[in-house]
Design a protein around this ligand. Structure first.
Ligand code: IFG
Length: 504
């Protein structure tokens, strides 16, 4: 047994240790600047040269995903790949072991092979590939093998288009950015005290009056049915599900200012463009209110192909516990009659919930009784702890925009938590996923949205996608540092957090 045999054995042991390390945190997976961190990464000795025109082949069911890859390669390298039958870049749907959203990716001198069980899995694999592509022409994609599956099914962002209205183009831009980090839900907060943003057949003043205001007195705006369908289609083309929220029975001044009959005293309210919360509520129990809620739920359900309809339920300070619970239970009945699953902010835990209803945890300044009540009723949770993932929280005292009622939230705060242990009595099996809300009281432009979302949204995306045991902030920060180059190419406005060792 020569010296070389022993050396080879030692090398083999080292590689084995490295692979084991990456499975339990640190090591190989962290050497590649991928966010979210994949389940398994192996560095291969040789990569795929991009010196001749790239040809991509894909089955018909993956044609749309192949189109996204074409645009990604063009964006990165400046050269447009072709689609063909026998390409060196091959997408395939022959990996049933990848599950609903997983994928397997191999890059070596023979080319790029991306396989999944579903087009969604291929699309998430393409988002990983985007982060591996060299910038500029004529270089190579380094050799790698990735096998990746998400931890949670619901990986969401919420955009409040009620406090300040955001046009369809801005919403599409946000969908581009959240899907690049494998988020698959965009929750749109479509109504509040300051604005009603979705046209509802039979209730034209909701948008004619309720849609004409916003915080600060701007012109507001709203989506008609075609606008909303355009947003839904754009999102679904990127495997993002739109979850519409009509906030009820509180946060309803825009509706109360639109229709007198929704007010118990029969008088329309004045439009409100301030920032207070909790003061408004529908006249629950009245026939007019029941007809209103029934029409709105039916209209939103008809426009939404996805399985979820969010009815809000937060911060109702002017109803009794009984009135509130009765309203939530009626709204739940109306939502389920459309075939959708009801989602609501954590306060709905005080009502009787159907087992398929979903409760969204948010309020970290109060004890989590409502959340524990929801879990005791068999409900699943979406975790949005304000002190961790509310993107409208300031980074620090100097942040130009944002609020601070849940404290300052820097990128480390958004990263260093576990959805399965953050609330007593709530474990992994109770958690459907994670969602990062961005409330827009102080946020007026898409650049403001991007500034608050980056770098914290990629941090939350890793919490939602990656294995908990493999996550550490310092290694995440080192990986994320190189993404500034991506954000520069994508023209993303972002916060140069001192917690990230930016590469440039
Ligand atoms: N809480 C309110 C939001 C918004 C937020 C701002 C929830 C569920 C404070 N409700 O968060 O309407 O005002 O950070």
């Amino acid at each position: 047994m020569g010296e070389s045999w022993l050396a080879r054995m030692a090398a083999g042991v080292l590689v084995g240790v490295a692979l084991a390390a990456c499975a339990v945190g640190g090591g190989v997976a962290d050497e590649v600047n991928l966010v979210p961190l994949p389940s398994e990464v192996e560095i291969l000795p040789a990569g795929f040269a991009l010196d001749e025109p790239m040809v991509i082949s894909a089955p018909p069911e993956a044609a749309a995903v192949a189109g996204h890859l074409v645009r990604a390669v063009l964006d990165a390298t400046g050269r447009r790949p072709e689609l063909g039958a026998a390409g060196a870049v091959r997408l395939s749907l022959d990996a049933p072991q990848a599950g609903a959203e997983g994928y397997d990716l191999v890059v070596d001198p023979d080319g790029v092979r991306l396989s999944a069980a579903t087009p969604a899995g291929l699309f998430w694999g393409v988002q990983t590939l985007r982060q591996l592509l060299p910038t500029g022409p004529g270089r190579q994609i380094d050799g790698i093998r990735v096998s990746d599956r998400p931890r949670f099914a619901w990986r969401g962002a919420m955009l409040d288009v009620a406090r300040h209205f955001f046009a369809v183009a801005d919403v599409k831009r946000y969908i581009d950015l959240i899907s690049a980090y494998k988020l698959n839900v965009l929750h749109l907060h479509l109504s509040d005290d300051q604005g009603w943003r979705l046209a509802i057949d039979g209730w034209p003043d909701l948008t004619a009056v309720g849609g004409s205001t916003e915080i600060g007195g701007g012109p507001g705006g709203f989506y008609d049915a075609d606008d909303y369908r355009e947003i839904v289609a754009y999102a679904r083309d990127r495997f993002v599900e739109i979850v519409p929220e009509i906030d009820l029975p509180g946060h309803t001044n825009a509706a109360l200012a639109s229709y007198a009959e929704l007010n118990c005293d029969g008088r329309r309210r004045e439009p409100y463009t301030g920032m207070k919360v909790g003061f408004s509520a529908l006249c629950v129990g009245s026939p007019a209110t029941d007809r209103f809620v029934s029409d709105v739920v039916a209209a939103v359900a008809r426009l939404t192909p996805g399985p979820y309809l969010h009815i809000g339920g937060d911060e109702v300070q002017t109803l009794s516990a009984q009135e509130y619970a009765a309203f939530v239970e009626r709204a739940q009945e109306l939502v389920r009659a459309t075939g959708k699953r009801m989602v609501g902010w954590q306060e709905i835990g005080k009502a009787k919930l159907a087992a398929d209803s979903i409760t969204q945890f948010w309020q970290t300044n109060d004890p989590p009784d409502e959340v524990q009540q929801a879990v005791r009723q068999g409900g699943k949770l979406v975790m949005s702890p304000a002190s961790r993932v509310y993107l409208d929280m300031k980074y620090d005292a100097d942040t130009r925009i944002g609020l601070d009622w849940a404290g300052f939230v820097e990128v480390r705060d958004a990263y260093e938590w576990d959805p399965a242990t953050v609330v007593q009595g709530v474990g992994e099996q109770d958690v459907l996923g994670v969602e990062t809300p961005l409330w827009t009281e102080t946020v007026e432009t898409i650049a403001d949205v991007e500034y608050l979302a980056f770098p914290r949204l990629p941090a939350v995306a890793e919490v939602a996608w990656s294995p908990q045991r493999a996550r550490s902030f310092d290694r995440f920060a080192a990986r994320l540092a190189s993404h500034a180059a991506l954000w520069k190419r994508w023209d993303v406005t972002y916060h140069r957090s001192p917690q990230i060792p930016w590469a440039d």
